[in-house]
Design a protein around this ligand. Sequence first.
Ligand SMILES: *Cc1c(COP(=O)(O)O)cnc(C)c1O
Length: 344
Amino acid sequence: MSTAKLSIDLEALATNWRNLDALSAGETAAVVKANGYGLDTGRVGQALATAGARNFFVAAAEEGVALRRALGPNIGISVFSGHMDGDTHLLKEFNLTPMLNSVDQMLRHFENLPGHSFGVQLDSGMNRLGMEPAEWAALREIALGQNPVLVMSHLACADEPNHPMNALQLKVFRDMTEGVEVPRSLSATGGILLGPDYHFDLCRPGIGLYGGLPYSDAVPVISLDLPVIQIRDVLPGESVGYGNSWIARRRSRIATVAAGYADGLIRAMGAGINTYVGDKIYPVVGRVSMDLITVDVTDLGEDPESLSLINHHQTIDQVADAAGTIGYEILTSLGHRYARSYSG
Ligand SMILES: *Cc1c(COP(=O)(O)O)cnc(C)c1O
């Protein structure tokens, strides 16, 4: 087979959810935006619902529709982008709960879908989504009178436990929600790891479920195996790949594998990563091209059929690091060309 194999371990995903749930003081929901961090909303959602998740979050109403179709009526689906113009019909038909972000959204929601469930998103300092303290102060009584199901905010620096922004946002969130008798939610994966002060009634992990940092105890969820298309001998002084960026210093055997930046293996990761056969390491050499990557397998002593790029030794975060990015971006960039297989 000439396409790379992306294996997704749904049992590992469920294990990560259970372990994060055990760490959280209150309910543990699951964030499955961006097609379940690139791994398929429906499959990921089903595995997490089986593990015990009852509430899910997506970014956009359309993502909520896909999840509702996969999971049926008995779970909660909330939408971070809130109630946008044109969303009313989807929110209603698929019973999605918008997390209202602004005065405009609140007015739109109460006018178009009176009595339909909603939450409120507050800005505790990140300045991305949510109502500012002054707006909230003005609308708080009206909003609370309509029975929101959740009041939430989001931490900007939760992956840095010692960052003073965490305590600052915690204080702002507490001040904004004091006396509010509605379930409260502040933490994603990073916030769960900051400890129980940050947990409130519901936590919303995403990346940790999928095996990524900052949840360093996560079980890896994906592995990636790249088929070898061709192996050649290269003499000292010969170059490999675009731009002649790698030049052999010894007689080398170079394997060309089928995957590249069109598959989300970002060009910038270049020679900073390795491939594996079992626990033996073979470095990527030369540039990552659109569909191909070249690997120095000289020391292998045999011709491999495939080389592993993401596994227990080299996680999504290590691959991300080599490209100057984060595991989130690696996951959500995984392309459509992979032969995907799900286990668990
Ligand atoms: C993406 C997101 C989450 C999940 O964050 P992770 O860091 O992936 O755990 C939670 N809440 C909001 C508002 C988000 O946008």
